[in-house]
Every structure is written in C-alpha cells, then in structure tokens.
Design a protein. Structure first.
Length: 187
C-alpha cells in the first residue's frame, strides 16, 4: 500500500484532526517524514484535480475538510450537519478566554461587565473551553482555557494563529483606569 493512500484513508475516516505522529503509528512502514510527504502529495493531487475538499492543518493535526469556498452551497443543503452558532456573549467570553487564558470567571465578568456563569457552562458543554487549573485567590477559583476542539472549530493550527490584539477593533489587553477621571467628571 502507498503511504499517501494509507494517510488519506486515516484522515477520511477520522472525525478529529490527526497529527503526523498519530498517523505514523498506523503502519510500521510509516514515519513522520513519510506522513508529511504523503500529505504534501495528497494536497497537490487535490489541487490539481480541483477537488471540493483538501487537507487542512487544524487543532494540532491534519483533517480532510470541505474547501471554504463551498460553504454557501453546503449551508443551503438541509442534510449537511452544521455547527451550532455561538451567541454574541459566548463569542465575547471565548475571545477573552483565548487571549487571556488561564482566566477565572470573576475576571471574565469584570471585563464583560455582566455575569458569565451560564455562558462559561455552555462553552464547556460544547467542548470549546475547559478547567485548566485553580487560581491562588480566595476560594481558589477555577481557571478556564480553550481546548483543542476550539482550535479545530475555528480552523486554527495553534493559538499563535489568533489575530494579534492590536489588529482587532477592540483591544483585549488590560487597561488601567484613567487616573485623571474622577467621580465629578463622570457626572
């Protein structure tokens, strides 16, 4: 069997991204270098044949996915599963977590200005965030971070693929209150 066909079969059958190391464990004739070569060969083959799918690097591994330009076609077809959309508050909370992790609920609530317990629970249930530790403060609060599924869901290879905060319309960096502003100025 050709390495490229074995890798193709594994990627086709898998619901989650697979790393080169995971793919190499499938057969004694494979190693990470031959897997990478097979992926390069398959990508070129799919491009040459103008296939509607390709091999994408997401969530720390490789996955066969439909090319983005076909999304409008898929959205109109009822039997194609679609991912559930996230609400505005969920996206805001997820952005805070992605950029500031590990972060506790109190910090998320301080940044957003509203309670975040229900949103955090929803994001956890969807597998986008997880508890990654405990804080040092009073009661040792839970700290949250993003999951590998977060990367896969949004098509990122790693957190390094996130836009830099200065590129965003709203900067998520910590801001100190303006020392010049007093209560009299706010009225």
């Amino acid at each position: 069997m050709r390495a490229s066909r074995m890798v193709e079969a594994l990627l086709f059958a898998s619901e989650a991204p697979l790393s080169a190391a995971e793919l190499a464990r499938a057969d004694e004739s494979l190693d990470e270098e031959s897997v990478e070569a097979a992926i390069t060969e398959l990508r070129a083959e799919y491009d040459d044949q103008e296939r509607a799918f390709g091999i994408f690097e997401v969530g720390g591994g490789y996955q066969i996915l439909t090319r983005p330009e076909y999304a409008p076609v898929l959205e109109r077809f009822d039997s194609v599963p679609s991912s559930q959309r996230l609400s505005g508050p969920a996206l805001e909370t997820l952005a805070i977590l992605a950029y500031r992790q590990p972060v506790g609920r109190a910090e998320v609530e301080e940044i957003r200005g509203v309670g975040a317990g229900a949103v955090l629970k929803t994001l956890q249930e969807r597998g986008l965030i997880e508890v990654v530790g405990r804080g040092e403060g009073l009661g040792r609060p839970l700290l949250y971070g993003t999951t590998p599924f977060f990367l896969q869901h949004f098509g990122f290879r790693s957190l390094d693929d996130l836009p830099r905060p200065e590129e965003l319309p709203v900067v998520l960096a910590r801001r100190d209150p303006d020392p010049q502003l007093t209560l009299g100025d706010a009225a």
